[in-house]
Ligand binder design. Structure first.
Ligand SMILES: *Cc1c(COP(=O)(O)O)cnc(C)c1O
Length: 383
């Protein structure tokens, strides 16, 4: 392989906007530019109708009522709104919040800020497979536990948590349950009624929609969830998120959600097949092994440890390949992945691990190129 074409295998960090999604968005930057809150004129009402339509499309992807969705600037904002918003409302009932060590930094950083503000945070461990333990959770729950935060699928390993079992226990304890489904939505079936969660966040740019647009599901009945807004102003989004709506982004989010619902099953079977090809060839020879539970995980993700080899050396030797080591958000800092460390890997094992995340554009040829490139480099440098 002389000069391999660039191969992007970092779709868990972000995805390209689907061409069809882009086409649907474009008129909302120009002809249909009106403010969705300008209900005094027709263009404003047309923009509001486009937002309503998108809200319906996103709600259908996750199985909630469209009135239960708040549009935000992305999952990070949704996480902030859910956790801080619930903490403010419920602080007189209790100040205890439970989560896990493998959560996304957006969740962990919000919780650490709350702990500085007087909330008590319990961060539970996971096992080597990346799974949370239900009994540990049951014994951590208290009368003053107001909230539990658990991701559905991990962004680094793809490991899927049995959220439904934990949410059921939280409900019996009369406390709220927030789920970060950012990585799961569009890749596996995500149904709010089945999961039984009270709040859940998703993001458009992880499912071939635009960056800067996300949503928070906030349950309206059994129980109705009340949140304190982070951003106050004109009262948009039922007062939960003021500010002129990002109409093109929201319209694109709706279109991306519709496409994701239609094709996630086909995408998943194709990508899990390609992932097996990648994984088998990189692990069968004993060069590497997969981190985390290989049964309950996203179809597009694999996190492989190459013992004794620095992942950063592989990555710099193969500049055509775009992959991740730690989580993308912290990859500027040379710290070992907090997720892999939480699963019990040593620093050395974490530094030897690479996350490959496949996406709709990924081809078998690309997988072959990547496998050849990595095996060739390892064989000539480490044997
Ligand atoms: C990407 C990601 C986020 C942050 O989403 P943004 O929309 O980029 O803010 C949060 N949680 C998980 C699990 C993610 O993968």
């Amino acid at each position: 392989m002389e000069n391999p074409q660039a191969v992007y295998l970092d779709f868990n960090a972000t995805t390209p906007v689907d061409q069809h999604v882009l086409e649907i968005m474009l008129p909302y930057f120009t002809e249909h530019f009106a403010n969705a809150a300008s209900t005094t004129h027709f263009p404003g009402r047309a923009a509001a109708a486009a937002v309503d339509f998108a809200r319906k499309q996103v709600s259908m992807l996750v199985g909630c009522e469209s009135e239960e969705l708040v549009f935000t600037s992305g999952a990070t904002e949704s996480i902030n709104l859910a956790i801080k918003g619930a903490a403010v409302i419920l602080q007189n009932k209790g100040k205890h919040i439970i989560s896990w060590t493998t959560e996304h930094p957006a969740v962990l950083e919000v919780l650490s800020k709350l702990s500085r503000l007087g909330f008590e945070i319990t961060l539970l461990p996971v096992d080597r497979q990346g799974h949370a333990d239900l009994d540990l959770y049951k014994s951590a729950l208290r009368r003053d536990t107001i909230l539990t935060c658990m991701m559905l699928a991990n962004n680094e390993t793809g490991v899927i948590q049995p959220v439904k079992e934990f949410a059921t226990v939280a409900r019996e304890n009369n406390s709220l349950f927030f789920c970060d489904a950012t990585q799961a939505a569009g890749k596996i079936r995500v149904d709010i009624n089945d999961l039984g969660v009270d709040m859940m966040c998703i993001s458009a740019h992880k499912m071939y929609g635009p960056k800067g647009t996300g949503a928070l599901f906030v349950r309206r009945k059994n129980p109705r969830v009340y949140l304190d807004a982070l951003i106050d102003g004109g009262g948009h989004e039922k007062g939960l998120r003021s500010g002129t709506l990002n109409v093109p982004g929201i319209v694109g989010f709706g279109a991306a959600a519709k496409i994701a619902k239609e094709r996630y099953w086909d995408d998943s079977s194709r990508l899990s097949h390609l992932r097996s090809l990648l994984e088998q060839q990189l692990t069968d020879n004993g060069l590497g092994y997969v981190n985390g539970d290989i049964r309950n995980r996203l179809p597009n993700t694999t996190n492989i440890c190459f013992p004794g080899i620095q992942a950063s050396r592989i990555i710099s030797a193969l500049p055509f390949l775009s992959v991740a080591t730690g989580s993308a958000c912290s990859s500027a800092l040379p710290r070992p992945s907090h997720v892999l460390k939480a699963m019990g890997l040593t620093d050395a094992e974490a530094y030897s691990s690479i996350r490959f995340s496949l996406g709709r554009p990924t081809t078998e040829l690309e997988i072959t190129q990547v496998v050849e490139g990595i095996l060739k480099w390892i064989n000539s440098n480490n044997k």
